[in-house]
Design a protein around this ligand. Sequence first.
Ligand code: FMN
Length: 362
Amino acid sequence: MKDNSMLLSPFYGPLNLKNKVVMAPMTRSRATQDHIPTEIMTTYYGERAVSAGLIITEGTAPSANGVGYPRIPGMYNREQVSEWKKVTAAVHANHSKIFVQLMHTGRVSHPANIPEGSEIVAPSAIAPSTTKMYVDGEGELEIPIPKEMTTEDISQAINEFVTASKNAVEAGFDGVEIHGANGYLLDQFINPNTNQRTDEYGGSTENRARIVLEIVEKTIAAIGAEKVGIRFSPNGALNDVGPFENQKETFDYLTEKLNGLGLAYIHLVNHASMGAPSLPDDIRISIREKFKGILILSGGYDKDSAENDLQNEKGDLVAFGRPFIANPDLIERWKRDAGLNEPNMSLLYTPGAKGYINYPSL
Ligand SMILES: Cc1cc2nc3c(=O)[nH]c(=O)nc-3n(C[C@H](O)[C@H](O)[C@H](O)COP(=O)(O)O)c2cc1C
């Protein structure tokens, strides 16, 4: 790689990163069955911090209702906060920064996966049509119809994000990424296919965006605007949300409001490289024009395409997902033009160190 690479040169400004390489959020299901971070997670993130200027963690539940999947970590109890401290310390020791992705799964869940006393909630009582949910010991199961949230449930979910954000700061995180993408709770509200409410949280663009903006506003009030980012996947199809009619208008509205709130960053997902519909160019360009904060691009990048998009000012930072799975020393490999290890896809979500922290460095 050339020495004058934009990708590898520092990113100055409020985030102050050693380079413009972001590790994308990736669920790896290596927490305990009680959703507590583990020692191997500290090793995994600590090693990748040598390369990435900014790490965004795997989707992390802001509350017991938001857990959805087996063995994903949470940010809603003391033990989780205390174990996350080890992860953030390991990342900071290697001069990287780390945001936690707060992911409330909403209807993408299963009763067997959520802690006792919690419930599966969503904007409307509509189950995903094709998505199944993995349950340990049972395999892929049908997802039941979720409970339609009451106004109190919505206030509770908003507060859960705010409390989890405060917990995250206490755990040493540099900030939080609100998961507004990929068909999870907030995307379920944004999308009229999954939000058929007739109250102030459904119907018009303003109403479908309301919960997102309330969460962002309250989180910013609690921990500061420079510590809050959001992820969106316009035109995304993951978890059976699917495209809808006035998508551009919806994301334009959200962007204008988020810009007004001084949000640190918007992180855009393009899942075209994963065989899903692509992020429309007009939406990406419009967000870039309207949003004065940091724009993170993600989806199918290698070092050359990332460099190219940065040179063309399409975004400020580029996130890499799959390349980080099997390459703890990703940047060193790029610099030496060495080949990349291929991830073992059958071990993506399995418990233990194998397929997680046993990929070789150069
Ligand atoms: C194993 C795996 C787990 C993922 N988990 C998450 C997640 O928890 N949250 C999220 O927003 N995206 C998740 N993604 C999507 C990635 O963040 C990224 O957008 C996607 O992999 C495309 O980028 P890439 O081509 O660089 O891999 C996941 C992807 C993979 C491969």
